[in-house]
Structure formats: C-alpha cells, structure tokens
Design a protein around this ligand. Structure first.
Ligand code: SAM
Length: 320
C-alpha cells in the first residue's frame, strides 16, 4: 500500500474510469463537432482496453491505494461492450461504492442490470428538458428516451442525480424547468459551470454562466439557504424552504481543488492526477509495486494547488 499525500494532505481515494472515448451525443462543450477535433484536442481513435485489462489495472491501483469509490464514465460508458462484466469484477475487488456517469440515452434497457451488478449511484447528464434546446446542446434528439431511462434507474433502486452544464446564450432558460423536473421526482440536481477543456480551452468565457448567476435565476422562484460542504465534494449545496436540495459545481467561481481525492484512468490505460493535466501516465504493463508507486507520485504532482486551470484535453478522453 502507498501512503501517498501531497502538501495539502490530499490522497487518491476515488478512481474515475473512462471506459471508452466515444459518445452517442455531440455536446457542444465536449466536442467541437468538426474533424479538427482529432488533431487539436488529442482525441484518439486508438482502441480502448478490454474489461480484463482495465480490471487488472484497477486491481493494482486498489492494492496500492485502498480505493473507496470507483466511478465509471467516458465518453459514454453505456456504449462499452463489457460494462456489466467490468462492474462485477471491480465489485469483486471489494470496492462497494460503485457509481456511473451517463447521458442516459441507452439507460432504459440496462438500468436493472446495472443495479444488479452493483451500481448504487448514478449521475445522469441532462442539460435541457426542452427538446429543441437539448438538440442545440447535444446535437442529437432523444430526450424522451433519457427521461424513461431515469425512471427505470429510479425503479431499479439506483440513487439518481442530475448534472446540468449551464451555458450562457444556450440553455440558461432551462435552469428552472430542470429544477422543477428534479424536485418533482425528489432527485438531487447539480448545475455545472462550464469548464475550459478541450476545444473550449481559453475560450470558455463566452459561454460562462456563473454560480451567482445560476443562484439569481433560482432565487426568482425559490427561497433557499446554503448547506455546509462535505469534504472532497465537487458541489456546493443549498436547500429550499420546501426541503428540496440542489447543488452547483462551481469550478471557476469557487474551486474545490484543495481537498480533491480523485485519480483518473482513461480507456487506454493512462492515469491523470488532475483534470487540468493533459499529460498521460501509462500504467499498462506495470510489473512492480515500486514502479506503480513512482507513477502515482507523478500523478499526485499533477494536482493543481488551488484552482482548475483547464487543458486542451476533452472530457471525452479523460472522463467527466
Ligand atoms: N457521457 C457521459 C455523460 O454525458 O454523462 C459521461 C461523460 S461526460 C464527459 C461527463 C460529464 O462531463 C457530463 O456531465 C458533462 O456534462 C461534463 N462535461 C464535459 N465537458 C464539460 C465542460 N467543458 N465543462 C463542464 N462540464 C463538462
């Protein structure tokens, strides 16, 4: 086991695994939707690792770090052929807190199997309730399928949360409808400030909609008070006077790097200590514990001290 901590006492306890670097949506903040994506934003068509190969890496990481949580993400994790197999094998390692982040498009038919395999909690990314606005953000239709998928996941006993990226001029009109949708189903919802990643690196400002602006919109309909933040949480939370909870992931306005406990593994077998790093550290073919310990130390050095600075690596690759 590696007792790895940095100067801020940060440890790696949560692993985010990007199972696949392709997606069935083309969200405007994740992909620029043109061919230059490949050259400029390090999107690779290289084939990802099999479930056995990824599980072997996760097992080595768990042995060294005593991981507490694994979140499967992507790209779109529901497109990964051996999704149920890899969830089962990670559960067999003794890691019980298994989560997934999905766009929900393929969720309806697989929700029950995800629950049976060990998924306890799920983030569904949903940036609009209105079909036209959903199309503008994601460049695809199919919102009714996502809504059915959410209902199926809830029925299957999975704790579902919604994540909505808010972009100025695109979907800020959806904040209240999304909140209403979540409150009616008793779901937690988090609004995300846009992050300067991938093709938005250096250009996120034009779509930036801040935590304060989001709160002002919500305040036009609801009264609320702030809840205290739990350690390593990515979101700030508020509770309305009716007892409903919503959150904001304020990467820019209120960065939360100071107690980040996340390590990322991409679909090709590289680890990253920080979303702001685009320097992949290969952990395929590791033979000794010392070798892995050295690589984990490098990943720890990638962590930013105070603030997310962004990188030209899209979330499609590094995993959201
Ligand atoms: N395909 C899955 C999904 O849509 O949830 C998982 C991967 S996706 C990259 C994970 C999360 O990253 C989504 O909630 C998405 O909204 C968020 N995301 C991607 N790029 C972002 C950006 N530039 N700023 C803020 N959030 C972003």
């Amino acid at each position: 086991m590696v007792e790895l901590r940095d100067d801020f006492e940060r440890k790696f306890k949560t692993l985010r695994v990007s199972l696949i670097n392709t997606c069935n949506l083309g969200c405007v903040y994740c992909t620029c939707g043109t061919e230059d994506l490949k050259e400029n934003h390090i999107l690779t068509k290289e084939k990802g690792l099999s479930a056995d190969a990824l599980s072997a890496i996760i097992s080595q990481l768990h042995h060294s770090l005593q991981l507490e949580t694994v979140r499967f993400t992507g790209g779109e994790p529901l497109l990964y052929k051996d999704l149920i197999k890899i969830i089962r094998s990670v559960k067999q390692l003794g890691i019980d807190d298994l989560k997934i982040t999905t766009n929900g498009l393929l969720l309806e038919n697989i929700a029950g199997d995800l629950a049976k395999a060990g998924i306890k909690s799920m983030n569904v990314s949903l940036d609009a309730i209105d079909e036209d606005i959903f199309f503008k953000v994601s460049r695809r239709s199919g919102i009714h399928r996502i809504l059915k998928g959410i209902d199926k996941a809830i029925e299957s006993g999975i704790d579902v949360k919604l994540n909505s990226v808010v972009m100025k001029g695109l979907n800020e009109s959806q904040i209240l409808p999304l909140l209403d949708f979540a409150f009616k189903r008793n779901l937690k919802i988090r609004f995300l400030e846009i992050m300067a990643m991938g093709h938005l690196f250096g250009e996120a400002d034009k779509h930036f909609f801040s935590q304060d602006e989001i709160l002002a919109v919500i305040n036009s309909q609801h009264q609320f008070q702030k809840l205290s933040r739990t350690s390593s949480s990515t979101a700030n939370y508020w509770q309305t006077i009716e007892g409903k909870v919503f959150g904001i992931v304020a990467n820019e306005s209120e960065p939360f790097c100071g107690d980040c406990n996340r390590l990322r593994l991409d679909s090709l077998g590289n680890i990253y200590g920080c979303l702001s790093s685009n320097f992949p550290i290969a952990v395929t073919n590791i033979e000794t514990e010392d070798e892995l310990a050295n690589k984990l130390q490098i990943a720890m050095w990638q962590k930013q001290s105070l603030k997310f600075t962004g990188s030209n690596l899209s979330m499609l690759n590094i995993g959201g």
